[in-house]
Design a protein around this ligand. Structure first.
Ligand SMILES: *[C@@H]1O[C@H](CO)[C@@H](O)[C@H](O)[C@H]1NC(C)=O
Ligand SMILES: *[C@@H]1O[C@H](CO)[C@@H](O)[C@H](O)[C@H]1NC(C)=O
Ligand SMILES: *[C@@H]1O[C@H](CO)[C@@H](O)[C@H](O)[C@H]1NC(C)=O
Ligand SMILES: *[C@@H]1O[C@H](CO)[C@@H](O)[C@H](O)[C@H]1NC(C)=O
Length: 473
């Protein structure tokens, strides 16, 4: 600062240093700008350093103390995913987080580099340092080349209950839209082209039933719905996916495309927590739900994945916690922090924990691209899922067709990936506009009078999530 002031105070008594500056041919304005930039960079660097320890303390890492155990897949409760849990109201805290997130100082070495090398750009812009294109911002446009496969086909992978063409539903206009991200061209998805890009790669979806919808959608998109495509079921042989006694379905599915040596799989983990029976000998045992430990499946298989898409959200409610006999654990012991015991806080804590864990793992797997998918919105109008809530509007885009806001509507996921190598797959805002795309009253599995305003018709909205994923790869 002293330098700046003394220099700007130009007079006949210029000292030698000043002469040197002038010799370089720089004007006073340029020099000032240069010094300011260096200063800003130092401040940011210092800020970054200061803020780092608090981030690290946040998630003590108990993982290394953990011995893998091969019976646990039986205890992940692959059940009751087709019911529609209620959500606690967490609208108020969400607003707070968003404000906080935007007030955060710029961090990370990238923003510093930008500062020093690109002094001419607006400072505000360069500190934001958006590495990632925002595919969540844009508009829905009518598109005659949609859907990407027929809901009458793809029977090998598409659940009957999610295939709305097989129900009494008669309006299918919701199938005929494409998402157009603002400022980016998203090429039409083409199965063979995508498979070629995924040569020798494994794509893994891990999450709840909304993740499973995305997996089924991808299988249908890649094959164009053609059931006879050369695809080998490798779930049991390569990943040990089996159907536990008494369960409705296996813990996961994995399919191999020999033509390109590509594997696409899904593993059921509704909360992205590690679940452990507290008493293995008791069939009625309660479970430790380790909020700060990723599912063992992820820990053991991460090295096999090239693309990983995580999601969670709709199983975070008291009903599920109680019926599944889950007890929250943190750091290996029962949680006694009453604030964290609030469902929405525990969910946020878990999302942050797993993203932080992944971020620490990613340097070991330079080819792995990891995504945290944001929350899939529910559309129960005039009631909850169990009290007459409905979503039987057939009119596409009656809630608008544009997402113009830059920030994600899922602050938990958005906040978690910030300044990490994990990327955001932001589908919340664009899906919120599509209430007519749910299974609605036509659901095969829903009880009489109960509408499914949580899951989506396939083909449908989750196809767009996969197109965005393909564009981000
Ligand atoms: C298939 O891909 C895997 C990597 O995912 C690689 O290790 C293997 O060698 C490939 N197989 C062939 C036949 O190319
Ligand atoms: C489906 O895939 C098989 C094998 O790849 C191919 O022989 C067949 O022609 C395809 N059918 C259609 C309808 O595209
Ligand atoms: C979510 O968790 C992160 C990390 O634990 C925390 O910084 C943030 O404030 C939490 N958000 C809410 C709404 O509590
Ligand atoms: C954009 O999103 C933020 C955070 O959700 C919200 O506070 C703001 O009001 C939104 N802006 C508009 C124009 O909707």
């Amino acid at each position: 600062m002293v330098l700046i002031r003394s220099y700007s105070n130009r007079s006949r008594t210029l000292n030698r240093g000043m002469k040197l500056w002038s010799l370089n041919g720089m004007k006073s304005k340029q020099i000032k700008l240069f010094i300011i930039v260096i200063f800003t960079a130092c401040i940011i660097w210092g800020w970054d350093k200061a803020s780092r320890p608090s981030v690290l303390v946040l998630h003590p890492d108990p993982l290394s103390l953990f011995r893998p155990d091969h019976t646990k897949y039986l205890h992940q409760h692959p059940s009751s995913e087709e019911d529609f849990p209620s959500e606690e109201n967490f609208a108020a805290p969400i607003v707070k987080v968003v404000e906080k997130v935007h007030a955060l100082p710029p961090t990370g070495s990238n923003s510093v580099a930008k500062h020093t090398s690109d002094a001419s750009t607006n400072e505000e812009e360069s500190t934001l340092d958006k590495k990632e294109c925002n595919y969540g911002k844009g508009r829905w446009v009518a598109n005659e080349r949609r859907p990407l496969y027929s809901g009458f086909d793809c029977k090998r992978w598409l659940s009957e209950g999610w295939s709305c063409r097989l129900t009494q539903r008669t309006d299918f206009s919701y199938e005929k839209f494409k998402w157009q991200p603002e400022g980016y061209d998203m090429p039409d998805f083409d199965g063979p082209t995508f498979l070629k890009r995924m040569q020798d790669k494994t794509i893994a979806y891990v999450g709840d039933s909304l993740g499973r919808q995305m997996f089924q959608s991808m299988m249908c998109m890649v094959t164009g719905g053609n059931d006879t495509t050369d695809v080998i079921d490798v779930g049991a042989s390569m990943y040990g996916f089996t159907q536990p006694a008494g369960a409705k379905r296996p813990n996961g599915w994995a399919y191999h495309f020999p033509s390109t040596n590509t594997t696409i799989l899904y593993y059921w983990s509704s909360t992205l927590c590690d679940l452990r029976p507290l008493d293995i000998s008791n069939p009625d045992t309660r479970y430790a739900m380790h909020l700060d430990r990723p599912p063992s499946f992820l820990r053991e298989n991460l090295h096999r994945f090239d693309v990983l898409v995580l999601n969670t959200g709709h199983h975070w409610n008291r009903g599920k916690m109680n019926s599944n006999k889950w007890d929250m654990y943190i750091n290996g012991v029962p949680n006694n922090d009453r604030k964290l015991a609030l469902i929405w806080k525990a969910k946020n804590f878990t999302i942050h924990s797993i993203v932080k864990w992944l971020d620490n793992e990613l340097p070991h797997y330079p080819n792995l691209k990891a995504f945290m998918r944001t929350l899939s919105p529910r559309h129960f109008f005039n009631g909850e899922w169990d009290s007459g809530g409905r979503c039987d509007n057939n009119n596409p885009m009656s809630r608008g067709y544009v997402v113009s806001n830059d920030s994600s509507e899922d602050p938990d996921a958005d906040g978690a990936v910030r300044d990490t190598r994990v990327r955001l797959l932001d589908i919340t805002g664009l899906s919120r506009l599509r209430d007519e795309g749910h299974i609605s009253k036509y659901s095969i599995n829903a009880a009489r009078g109960v509408q499914d305003c949580l899951h989506w018709c396939l083909p449908g909205i989750p196809d767009t999530w996969n197109e965005i994923l393909a564009a981000q790869l």
